[in-house]
Ligand binder design. Structure first.
Ligand code: NAP
Ligand code: G4F
Length: 332
């Protein structure tokens, strides 16, 4: 008798982490279903081309009925809730949408699992975030934020994510559901959207190198982030749902670098040491409140899950610049 293939529903399949996870779950022979929103989502075709075995289901985190339908069609053993309004700057100009999708959307999806009678069977991953900590002086532990650190979100995005985090924990405690929250620090890579600072920089560096762009416009350069590689982090998500018990885990590198540090490494890849003449500040990219510094402590994930990151910060910057040079080259 052949074992049944495990079934996973991934929301946010068109995003960075959705791509890495679709790849990982495919390698593990899962039957993968992906939620795609919108009547003509421009990113749908790319997912269909890269992952022809993934079944796409129309649905929106803000539409509870569509989520019940998605759960019924996919009948999942594992749900990975990666969908969100995920851009911090955008959340300041679209705070209500952010609350509806990034906050209330989590409730909608948990309820869809519960009301479909699958609460006992389905394992649920919630994409929580280091943005919930806020990086303020009084709230900054020396060894880095861990699962017990205080929350003080500094954006509509962070506040909405905190609601999602607590409602996910509440469903675990109230209904005994297997719900695990991964509190993930920034993770980047070749699939990262160009609206985020790392990819914006590597794309610009590639284009400057190829003579397609003269300079790059950014906001503040001093904030620091704990930046890891997305492929390592999505593996950690999967590991959380294979663990015996539902728990929350921080995934981070334990190191923090400023945007200036990132610029230095990225420009060094094209032989430029003094990048300052090529970078201009544009106030449009400043935020009403900033998270100064994020540093995470992944000790629990390392000891309990055996999670380990494989790609260093330096390797990741190099990989991203090389990828963007190839992508922007005329022959590509
Ligand atoms: P991303 O690339 O911005 O992807 C977000 C995904 O959410 C996209 O697939 C988007 O689909 C989808 N989405 C947006 N609104 C939706 C809605 N109303 N209904 C259904 N889907 C919707 O984000 P990511 O970097 O992969 O991050 C994945 C998750 O982890 C997010 O929840 C993010 O907040 C969280 N997180 C990310 C990081 C990080 O550093 N990357 C760190 C901590 C936590 P469309 O194609 O329709 O836009
Ligand atoms: O790349 P960012 O937009 O990422 P941010 O705000 O740290 O959020 C990301 O990581 C979170 C985890 O901590 C996730 F939850 C979230 O979904 C997202 O993936 O900005 C990083 C830093 C900020 O300090 C920002 O102010 O870069 C600064 N920055 C400076 N110039 C810029 C720019 N950010 C963007 N996006 N664009 C700029 O031009």
């Amino acid at each position: 008798m052949t074992a049944q293939r495990r079934r996973a529903l991934v929301t946010g399949i068109t995003g960075q982490d959705g791509g890495h996870l679709a790849q990982l779950l495919g390698e593990k022979d899962y039957e993968v279903f992906g939620l795609v929103r919108g009547q003509n989502n421009p990113r749908k075709a790319a997912v269909e081309a890269e992952f022809p075995d993934v079944t796409l289901i129309e649905g929106d985190l803000a539409d509870p009925t569509s989520l019940v339908r998605a759960i019924e069609i996919s009948n999942p053993d594992e749900v990975y809730n990666l969908a969100a309004v995920s851009h911090v700057g955008f959340s300041f100009t679209n705070p209500t949408l952010t609350l509806d999708v990034t906050g209330k959307g989590v409730l909608n999806l948990l309820e869809a699992v519960r009301l479909s009678g699958r609460a006992e069977h389905t394992r649920f991953y919630q994409a929580s975030t280091s943005e919930m900590f806020g990086g303020l002086d009084y709230n900054r532990p020396g060894a880095g934020y861990d699962e017990d650190s205080l929350f003080h979100p500094r954006s509509p995005y962070g506040v909405a994510k905190l609601y999602g985090h607590w409602i996910a924990k509440n469903y675990r405690e109230s209904y005994g559901m297997f719900v695990s929250c991964g509190i993930l620090f920034n993770h980047e890579g070749e699939r990262r959207g160009r609206e985020f600072v790392t990819r914006k920089i590597t794309d610009a560096v590639a284009r400057i190198h190829l003579g397609l762009q003269s300079h790059i416009e950014l906001g503040d350069l001093w904030p620091k982030r704990d930046w890891g590689y997305a492929g390592d982090f999505t593996r950690g998500m999967w590991q959380m749902l294979q663990h015996d018990t539902p728990e929350d885990f921080v995934l981070a590198t334990g190191q923090t670098q400023s945007i200036e540090d990132f610029l230095t490494l990225a420009f060094a890849e094209i032989g430029i040491d003094d990048w300052r003449p090529l970078v201009r500040q544009n106030p449009a990219f400043l935020r009403p409140a900033e998270v100064d510094i994020l540093l995470g402590n992944p000790a629990k994930a390392e000891s309990v899950l055996g999670w380990k990151r494989e790609v260093s910060f330096e390797q990741m910057v190099k990989l991203m610049v090389e990828h963007d040079i190839a992508l922007n080259s005329p022959a590509a």
